[in-house]
Design a protein around this ligand. Structure first.
Ligand code: GRF
Length: 203
């Protein structure tokens, strides 16, 4: 399977996926990395690994629709089977999400359905939660609301800040995302109407 990865910033999840894809038995190929920010460090990580890159700068488009159409054109040029959002910080339009239904994954730094949207680590701290974590989910029309495929937990410790917590959550993401992408490439995970099938069974 052909994988296109979209990122906006540092790209540490992208890095984890690149490393996994370099293992000899990895079942997919990262054919391109796209960014909405020309300065994103993720672009350098991709170039370093000899992966093709493209930039669709959202500040150059008047509407979300125009941006998404331009993004879609770039993605489709690479004929992907799977589109992996890895720290991609733009909300995608309904048309975009529908076009790639079942092929679009995201990582969100909370134990969904808790804390959709931004500032998840601070919100978990403010709520006094004992457990926090990250979720990998299919992207559907509902923001951070698509069916969850896998989650990893971290314990919140006394003295944690949003930064220390983010670091531990991201370490989990780097382990979990490559596993989930592998499952998708192997055809083990599928999106049903509003649920996930794992090896043909309801998850
Ligand atoms: C990750 O924690 C991800 O869950 C969130 O943004 C962060 C991206 O980090 N959406 P990176 O760009 O992969 O380093």
């Amino acid at each position: 399977p052909r994988i296109v990865i979209l990122a906006s910033g540092n790209g540490s999840n992208l890095q984890a996926l690149i490393s996994a894809s370099q293992e000899r038995d990895f079942p997919g190929k990262i054919v391109a990395v796209g960014c909405n920010r020309p300065q994103a460090f993720a672009l350098e990580r991709a170039a370093q690994a000899n992966i093709e890159t493209f930039v669709v700068d959202h500040t150059k488009y008047d509407t979300r629709d125009d941006f998404d159409r331009a993004l879609m054109v770039e993605i489709l040029r690479h004929n992907p089977d799977l589109i992996v959002l890895a720290g991609f910080m733009r909300i995608l339009t309904t048309d975009f999400v529908r076009a790639f239904r079942g092929k679009l994954l995201n990582v969100h730094p909370s134990l969904l359905p808790k804390y959709t949207g931004l500032n998840t680590h601070q919100r978990a701290l403010d709520a006094g939660d004992a457990i926090h974590g990250t979720s990998i989910h299919f992207v559907t029309e509902e923001l951070d609301g698509g069916p969850v495929i896998a989650q990893a937990e971290v314990q919140i410790k006394p003295g944690d800040t949003a930064e220390t917590l983010a670091e531990r959550v991201q370490a989990k993401e780097h382990l979990l995302y490559p596993i989930v992408v592998r499952w998708l490439c192997e055809g083990r995970v599928q999106l049903g109407s509003d649920f996930v099938l794992f090896d043909g069974e309801l998850l």
